[in-house]
Design a protein around this ligand. Structure first.
Ligand code: MN
Length: 320
């Protein structure tokens, strides 16, 4: 399929490769935000990686860094990642388990693959918090969904509601997230909320999304207005993440790890982080030496914190 040949209906976003940081810079495939689209519901960031041999990439080593105004979902297909944050949460992120961090007004965290991890394969997803929730205290939730099965498919519900099941993981705008495995040739017809925009991130295989082919690693996006979604697999079977939600009506300003509402808010958040991680003009070598402040101190992490990049010379602009 030619990159521009998608029929109307499904917007296909092709991933771009981005280095995640760390000494050997593990690379991720980013489909949101994209030039052509910023959000699907409240979902504002979709990073997909692997399967990577940790012996080649060095694995994941993301030192303490701050967030505001968003929730993060860490979802693994293979491997294990250790999460630590400034609200005192320490969690092992494992395949098939939802780990959701709510940044609220400010949090810092680190994510490091465990020494026993040989292959790393997963996704890191962000949702923008609406105004009513974005100044809340940071929090963390862990949930192990029970797999649902039917003819040729297995579904794990991460967030929201599907097939009469509702995830207990707290969210702040109407949205859904699920992992779906399709056997070769399988067809799954899902009742969906017509108010939702939907996106299918294809992890493995090729997926028919409402009758239109979406290739491996691509994000296929559908506008609101349908009450059923048909997903089909071809000869090889497939695995995908289904994401969706009501269109996010607030304009957001997104830069680095911050989701805010204005240029000034982002600048102030960046300055606060830089103030916390700097002593006598240089960045501290151990995250336990951070100064007091909104982003706290990641409990139990000793890596040097990640400094914020330099701001662009132009004002940051809102996106929809
Ligand atoms: Mn993060």
């Amino acid at each position: 399929m030619d990159e521009d040949a998608a029929p109307p209906g499904v917007q296909v976003i092709w991933p771009r490769e981005v280095p995640l940081g760390g000494p050997r810079a593990m690379r991720v495939r980013r489909t949101l935000p994209a030039r052509e689209r910023s959000l699907v519901g409240a979902w504002c960031f979709v990073d997909h990686y692997g399967p990577d041999d940790v012996a080649d990439t060095g694995g994941m080593s993301v030192a303490p860094h701050p967030h505001i105004g968003l929730q993060t979902v860490s979802w693994l297909f293979t491997g294990e990642v250790e999460h630590r944050d400034s609200a005192g949460h320490h969690a092992l992120v494992r395949p098939g388990e939802v780990n959701l961090m709510t940044a609220g007004r400010g949090i810092s965290h680190s994510e490091v693959s465990t020494p026993g991890t040989r292959v790393l394969h997963g996704a890191q997803l962000w949702m923008a918090l609406p105004e009513a929730a974005r100044h809340s205290a940071p929090s963390f939730a862990h949930h192990v969904p029970t797999p649902r099965t039917g003819p040729g498919w297995t579904l794990r519900l991460l967030l929201g509601s599907l097939l009469g099941e509702t995830s207990p993981v707290p969210t702040f705008s109407p949205l859904v997230g699920a992992e779906i495995l399709l056997d070769p040739g399988a067809r799954l017809e899902l009742p969906v909320d017509p108010a939702y925009e939907l996106a299918v991130l294809v992890d493995r295989g090729v997926v028919g999304v409402a009758g239109q082919e979406v290739k491996e690693h691509c994000l296929g996006v559908l506008p609101p207005g349908r009450d059923r979604l048909v997903l089909t697999a071809y000869d090889a079977g497939a695995r995908l993440l289904l994401l969706g939600g009501t269109p996010f009506e607030e304009e957001i300003v997104m830069w680095w790890n911050f989701v805010g509402r204005s240029h000034e808010e982002i600048v102030a958040s960046r300055e606060e982080w830089q103030r916390q991680i700097t002593r006598d003009g240089s960045v501290v070598g151990d995250s336990q030496e951070l100064a007091d402040g909104r982003f706290g101190v990641v409990v139990g992490d000793h890596l040097p914190p990640i400094p914020a990049p330099v701001l662009p010379h132009v004002r940051l602009r809102p996106r929809r």
